[in-house]
Write a protein that binds this ligand. Sequence first.
Ligand code: FAD
Length: 468
Amino acid sequence: MVMSDMKYDYDLLVIGSGPGGEGAAMQAAKGGKRVAVVERHVSLGGGCTHWGTIPSKALRYSITSTMNALKNPMFREWGIRVSPTMKQLKQGTQAIIGKQVQMRQSFYDRNNVPVLKGTAVFVDDHTVDIEGERVTAGYFVIATGSRPFRPDGVDFSHPAIYDSDTILELDTKPHTITIYGAGVVGTEYASMFRNLGIKVNLVNTRDKLLEFLDDEIIDALSYHLRDQGVLIRHNETFESIEGCEGVGDCGAVLTLKSGKRLKTDVILWANGRQGNTAKLGLEAIGIEPNSRGQLIVDDQFLTARDHIYAVGDVIGYPSLASAAYTQGRAAAMHMLGEKDGNLRVHDIPTGIYTSPEISSVGKTERELTAACIPYEVGQSNFKSLARAQIVGATVGMLKLLFHRETREILGVHCFGVNASEIIHIGQAIMNQPAPNNTIEYFVETTFNYPTMAEAYRVAALNGYNRLF
Ligand SMILES: Cc1cc2nc3c(=O)[nH]c(=O)nc-3n(C[C@H](O)[C@H](O)[C@H](O)COP(=O)(O)OP(=O)(O)OC[C@H]3O[C@@H](n4cnc5c(N)ncnc54)[C@H](O)[C@@H]3O)c2cc1C
């Protein structure tokens, strides 16, 4: 373990209080280090808490629960017609953010980690300036997150033009929206707005949605989004976005290189993000970000300097809150001399909160085929599960990919209700040391009935029966 060097104010200074920064700060503090965190936002928690994961998921829950309740035929029989406003739908979000901030503040308090308010700028190898105050540390973790990439020539101050950080400020429910960029954030917002009854154009720059997913899941997502009424346009490239000028709020126009023009009440730009490194004073410490403002790190999250780590969105892929937290902890463990503490930093599941929800971990069929690994597939359709029938959530599927000979689980892919929870059962078994990582576990184990988890037994038996 590194010894405290009393010539510095702190052993570790963490820049940014999102999940990446918090993971690093807590791990190092528990390891006995003198730690402080710098945060420039008015309250802690990062983009994750204030303009990313938490508010978007809270809004999603609010939309789905409200719209499901309003679909109850009794409301129509009683002549009740309600159309919740954006303001009403967002009401619960602030309360959840408040609870999150309070809880996170208590972690820092309990672990004696001061949160220094202000913007950190490197002055030299071991010193940062925070609003005129100099603070020194032996080690640093840069966890400054990312922001939406904004193309030149688009006026994001126009009332009809938003990016993925500002869309939550939308106060009036539009009738129509165009979302440019069909990555995770774009498809999640497409689902959310469609569930609200808004007409949605989803413009994809590629030829498939979320092409890192298993092909069958991509097909299912495309089918269900279209079935719900989302108009998807693939292989398009942005030419310009212009906000309408004139009397009243008349929307904005997206012009595509193909010549198409889409006019809607609102345009959401959801295409790409860049690391928050611009005003960090990196030139003073000899670190150069890439063209997307991201920092390059090694396996232990060290930058080009051996006392400066970087974690979370600022290092790019996978740009998930879940991954950022684990990376932060891993960086702190390395600083404490524990290498990466055997954290499974590369075993990151994907959770996508579209309708239907999607989650996956491990290899896809495409990857296994390309690598010539002999695998077999076991599937369970939610429509055949008693629990899914009871709760009326029959859209979905669980798919297990396993090695034909060893029966080791190689990938788990799921879409449908609670997919992001269900996936963890498969992940837990897949990560066991051989021979405990096979589909046999699901064939031999008794599951509660009726549950969605039962899908694992059904899928394992389905796959088992294909073997010869
Ligand atoms: C709409 C949306 C939905 C998302 N949904 C999910 C999801 O469902 N699941 C999931 O896992 N991920 C989700 N993400 C991604 C997730 O929010 C990010 O991956 C996560 O927040 C990254 O954490 P971080 O710690 O790297 O950075 P952040 O959470 O962005 O925190 C960085 C912090 O650093 C501070 N900072 C920056 N520069 C300085 C400086 N110089 N000095 C002091 N402070 C500074 C910032 O103010 C900020 O508070 C979503 C993102 C978006 C945009």
